[in-house]
Design a protein around this ligand. Structure first.
Ligand SMILES: Nc1nc2c(c(=O)[nH]1)N[C@H]1C(S)=C(S)[C@@H](COP(=O)(O)O)O[C@H]1N2
Ligand SMILES: [Mo]
Length: 169
């Protein structure tokens, strides 16, 4: 006869496992599909769910960049990062043009990270159409497997795969 299992203990064990599995990853409310967050020096942190991403202007970009494995060309489509930053609402320090002090640290699931300066995105300055791509590419990206695409980059180093966090600093 197997020993009887206390359902309370099973629940505690599952909770412990869930906590372990989630350690270091952004936390989300149950039932949401968001896999990435935009947070940091903003008034409203954003969970980058498919709905959030599709609600902002969709932009298509052709890429042609060098990688360690040769040249890569392709087409991606996704959400304009500047619009997401505007939605999140930057918190600026005091001082002249303090908005230009911000950087965005974009991190992939594997810990790979690159930073962008806000002046690259802000339409008052360089105004680049940097996107969080959820369509296109090979292997294809998806709303749960986002890729940063910076238009015009000669090397693929800033094209972070599987973005999980954008931290505004
Ligand atoms: N998450 C993540 N993204 C990454 C990298 C990485 O190691 N991890 N490498 C970068 C580098 S150095 C290049 S050149 C491109 C390579 O793109 P590919 O994977 O489509 O060949 O991905 C970039 N994005
Ligand atoms: Mo690279």
């Amino acid at each position: 006869m197997p020993k009887s299992i206390d359902p309370k203990r099973v629940r505690v064990a599952f909770l412990a496992l869930a906590l372990l599995a989630g350690a270091g990853a952004p936390a989300f409310a149950e039932g949401t599909t968001a896999l990435a967050v935009l947070d940091g020096a903003v008034r409203h942190s954003l969970e980058l769910s498919e709905a959030t991403l599709r609600a902002v202007p969709k932009t298509t970009l052709d890429v042609d960049f060098a990688t360690g494995k040769g040249r890569e060309t392709g087409r991606y489509a996704g959400a304009l990062l500047w619009t997401l930053v505007e939605q999140a609402d930057l918190v600026n320090e005091a001082g002249k043009n303090a908005v230009l002090r911000h950087t965005l640290l974009v991190t992939g699931r594997d810990g790979y990270a690159v930073s962008l300066s806000i002046g690259e995105l802000d339409p008052h300055y360089a105004g680049k159409d940097v996107i969080l791509a959820y369509e296109g590419g090979t292997p294809p990206v998806s709303p749960t497997n986002l890729r940063l695409v910076v238009p015009g980059d000669a090397h693929g180093g800033r094209s972070v795969r599987d973005v999980v966090r954008i931290e505004v600093k």
